[in-house]
Ligand binder design. Structure first.
Ligand SMILES: C[S@@+](CC[C@H](N)C(=O)[O-])C[C@H]1O[C@@H](n2cnc3c(N)ncnc32)[C@H](O)[C@@H]1O
Length: 447
């Protein structure tokens, strides 16, 4: 098979254009360094010192210990400002760009978009949204339990606007509050928001609870946050792409959907049925975008023993709606392309046609391993030739799976694409990689 590359599709394969996701602009580099220098913290020039702080922060975030994460000392804040912030800004944009391309995010005509960022940290999720939607005017409410973090986030936002490093971005503030999101009621007093962001904060909540108890508690937290959504508003949850964190998010999703019929997944799932990734404990459904850290952070990532290539995270975008939409005959690619001699395979998830099962055959939500033999590839299936993780695809004829995977079956059904099958990418975009040639990352740390 040919090497994986993005193709510009045309004619019957034309896709809805997704906004490109870009690493943070170089203009932020000086600004972030200046903020660090003014506080006598290491800057990106102090590679060894900053690298050590970043490594320490990463170990703290990735710890599975059942204690709360305290990342607000000077070294931790320096690492968050100079490394986590630039790395994390693109994540919320990536979680929302398909929703935006489909026109699903309603932009009010007569007022700013009201945005609530829960556990905002340095505001990376808000910045990601602002960059995606620019020049849309955002009116933001930031909630962050740590005062020092919130002050730094404010200084960063103020300086960025003063220095014009973010042209086109319009963001003002309805509130910046040092509240605890565990007890904060966003809908208090009838307040509503068009977008509620919860970027990498769920991971830090209720760590002392037992796993099942924590899943149920987090499902109720999300349901509570969703009560503060304006009509057609969206809750955007982003979690680290670490297996346990992401599987926790899948389980929270399932609990939420089971207990709250008004909740509906807008992205990435194309169905509200139980998450098939949970059938197999080695699986976790996450994005891995071909976007690198800004070049000025490569030496720091190397010094910290972390990866600088690719951007991994687990998104979940939710809405409240009275009725579930009809199942779409579309699937999400949930793995990388798996190439072996003479064929390209990938796992996909979505409603597929299932036949030869007990009862009526029909459209069922499944995770399926799909293969195309190289000799069967043709112009109609060019999207399969160029597929990327999290592509949204439509097959014609639609995928037909014979026989159902038994309950709890780890191996999902397999399907081979018949010659001539058309594969259409429903939405597609070109990301800006920030090219750093060839070498592979030393670790696969995603937090
Ligand atoms: C990993 S950072 C993520 C920051 C930002 N949301 C992002 O996406 O990059 C998590 C943030 O949540 C904050 N946080 C953790 N628990 C919190 C709580 N119970 N209430 C409010 N903020 C909390 C932490 O102080 C930290 O700033």
């Amino acid at each position: 098979m040919k090497p994986k590359k993005r193709l510009r599709l045309s004619g019957r394969n034309r896709a809805a254009e997704l906004a490109p996701i870009r690493p943070l602009e170089a203009a932020f580099h000086t600004l972030l360094d200046d903020l660090a220098r003014a506080r006598s913290w290491p800057t990106t020039k102090d590679v060894a010192r900053l690298g050590a702080a970043v490594a320490q922060l990463s170990a703290l975030y990735n710890s599975t210990e059942k204690r709360s994460v305290e990342a607000s000392g000077p070294d931790a804040l320096a690492a968050r400002l100079l490394f986590s912030f630039p790395r994390d800004v693109p994540k919320s944009a990536a979680a929302l760009r398909e929703v935006v391309a489909s026109g699903r995010l309603r932009l009010p005509k007569d007022r700013p978009l009201r945005v609530l960022d829960l556990g905002c940290g340095l505001g990376a999720s808000t910045w990601g949204l602002a960059r995606l939607l620019a020049p849309v005017h955002l009116q933001c409410t930031w909630i962050e339990r740590d005062m020092a973090t919130l002050q730094l986030a404010s200084a960063l936002a103020e300086r960025a606007h003063e220095q014009g490093v973010a042209p086109g971005i319009r963001m003002d503030f309805a509130g910046k509050n040092t509240f605890d999101v565990s007890t904060f009621r966003p809908d208090f007093g009838g307040k509503t928001y068009d977008v509620i962001l919860a970027g990498q904060v769920l991971s830090e909540l209720d760590r002392k609870l037992e796993p099942e108890e924590r899943v149920a508690a987090h499902a109720e937290r999300l349901a509570g946050w969703m009560r503060a959504l304006a009509p057609e508003g969206l809750l955007v949850v982003v979690e680290p792409a670490l297996r346990e964190r992401t599987r926790h998010l899948h389980a929270v999703r399932d609990d939420l959907l089971a207990a709250h019929p008004e909740a509906h997944v807008v992205y990435p799932c194309l169905h509200d049925e139980p998450c098939p990734a949970l059938w197999n404990e080695r699986e976790w459904c996450h994005e891995d975008l071909p976007i690198d850290l800004p070049e000025w952070l490569e030496p720091v990532a190397k010094a910290a023993g972390l990866r600088w290539q690719g951007l991994g995270f687990a998104p979940l975008v939710l809405e409240r709606r009275a009725e579930k939409p009809a199942p779409a005959r579309e699937v999400r690619v949930v793995s990388d392309a798996l190439d072996s001699k003479g064929q390209r395979e990938a796992f996909v998830c979505g409603h597929v046609e299932v036949a030869d099962v007990a009862g009526e055959p029909g459209l069922l939500a499944r995770r399926v391993r799909v293969a195309q033999m190289e000799r069967d590839a043709g112009p109609a299936s060019v999207a399969w030739d160029a597929l990327f993780r999290f592509d949204r695809l439509r097959f014609d004829p639609s995928l037909l799976v014979k026989g159902e995977a038994p309950e709890g079956e780890p191996m999902p059904p397999r399907v081979r694409l018949a010659p001539g099958t058309s594969v259409v990418r429903v939405a597609a975009g070109e990301d800006v990689r920030n090219v750093s040639a060839g070498s592979t990352p030393p670790t696969s740390d995603d937090h």
